[in-house]
Design a protein around this ligand. Structure first.
Ligand SMILES: *Cc1c(COP(=O)(O)O)cnc(C)c1O
Length: 357
């Protein structure tokens, strides 16, 4: 007898991560923070390292206390996960497995379709409109879970809280999961977040320390939802999925708001510079409220190869469901200089036919 994976898993390909560049500043493929790790964070991790012979706090109480204060919710509305990706899996196992259904955008954030496929749920993908989620069309789809990524990845586009509220009121989905991985980079995070809508049990919000907190390598994220949803997910989660070092770093980062705000402002300023640079080369840039920019480019494959040879790694849009584009993570000042130089040599070598008007 040979054991075969469940047949529906044949639809899945292994994850292909973004490329890295030889220099850290040139790595613009994975939406990581372009800034060095702060001293406060390093010290917190070093301090916590002295206790790693013990299991971590399973529910990360200190992190939850800080987050409860920050967001004005009760700690029993918060669940910590090994990155928000783990929390997406938990939601799928609890609410989609064994005949559930999911609606999300096309292109979607990959984990949303991956979990649907893993648990063999029915997946409906609704094409973007004008680079935004088509919320009106998504609302008409009956589903257990609707995933809305706000701002969206890979486009960087944002829906206002008013349009989200309208969606929630009209949606035929039982639970709306709003993934706010990039919300700190938008113009008005407080006025846009769906956190205040999570009490009822109809809405859940995903957040992560991977992006604005610059901690992608530590793997920690969180879910804000009703106490009932949190209780359910607690019963199925692996109890120690978030390590001691990640918890200590998260607490330190939450207590260092000044540094957090500086990092965010730095990224937002460089986003403007990056968008202007790409536009100056004739590329059509999708206005971004995130820490990356999506640009429509001619000869995408050749451009990506040219950038690679110039020490700049970007994400091919083709690998994210948007062929003919590149997704460029907002870099440091040094990174901006690298990509500016690379685009200058690109402009000098492309034939006139590929030259955009
Ligand atoms: C980067 C990203 C995340 C973060 O995932 P982690 O597992 O927390 O690192 C979540 N959602 C979206 C849409 C992302 O792009």
């Amino acid at each position: 007898m040979t054991l075969r994976p469940r047949p529906w898993l044949d639809a899945l390909e292994p994850y292909v991560p973004g490329q890295t560049a030889p220099l850290l500043e040139g790595s613009m493929a994975s939406n990581e923070s372009p800034l060095p790790v702060s001293r406060a964070l390093l010290e917190a991790i070093q301090g916590a390292a002295r206790t790693i012979q013990r299991y971590p706090d399973p529910l990360a109480d200190e992190v939850r206390q800080e987050l409860a204060r920050l967001h004005g919710v009760s700690p029993d509305q918060i669940l910590i996960g090994n990155g928000s990706d783990e929390l997406i899996y938990l939601l799928g196992w609890a609410y989609l497995a064994g005949g559930g259904s999911v609606v999300c955008a096309d292109p979607a954030y990959r984990m949303n379709t991956v979990i649907g496929t893993i648990v063999n749920a029915r997946i409906t993908q609704v094409p973007l409109r004008d680079w935004h989620h088509d919320l009106a069309a998504m609302a008409r789809i009956e589903a257990d879970i609707a995933f809305v990524v706000n701002p969206h990845n890979p486009t960087g586009t944002l829906h206002s809280r008013e349009s989200l509220v309208r969606f929630i009121e009209s949606s035929r989905a039982k639970l709306i999961v709003v993934d706010e991985a990039y919300i700190d980079f938008c113009d008005d995070p407080e006025g846009t977040t769906a956190i205040s809508l999570t009490g009822s049990g109809r809405v859940a919000v995903l957040r992560t320390f991977s992006k604005a907190h610059g901690m992608a390598g530590l793997r920690i994220g969180y879910l804000l939802a009703s106490p009932e949803i949190i209780r359910t997910l607690r019963t199925i989660r692996p109890p120690f999925s978030v390590g001691t070092l990640a918890q200590a770093a998260a607490v330190a980062s939450l207590r260092d708001r000044t540094h957090f705000t500086e990092m965010r402002d730095y990224v937002c300023a460089n986003r403007t510079a990056l968008s202007e640079l790409l536009a100056a080369h004739g590329f059509s840039v999708v206005p971004s409220q995130s820490n990356f920019v999506l640009a429509e480019v001619p000869a995408a494959d050749r451009l990506i190869e040219h950038l690679r040879l110039s020490g700049v790694a970007v994400r091919p849009g083709a690998s994210l469901g948007v062929p003919g584009t590149v997704r460029v993570s907002v870099p440091s000042h040094a990174g901006l200089e690298l990509i500016a130089a690379a685009l200058t040599t690109w402009a000098a070598q492309i034939p006139a036919t590929a030259d955009p008007a």
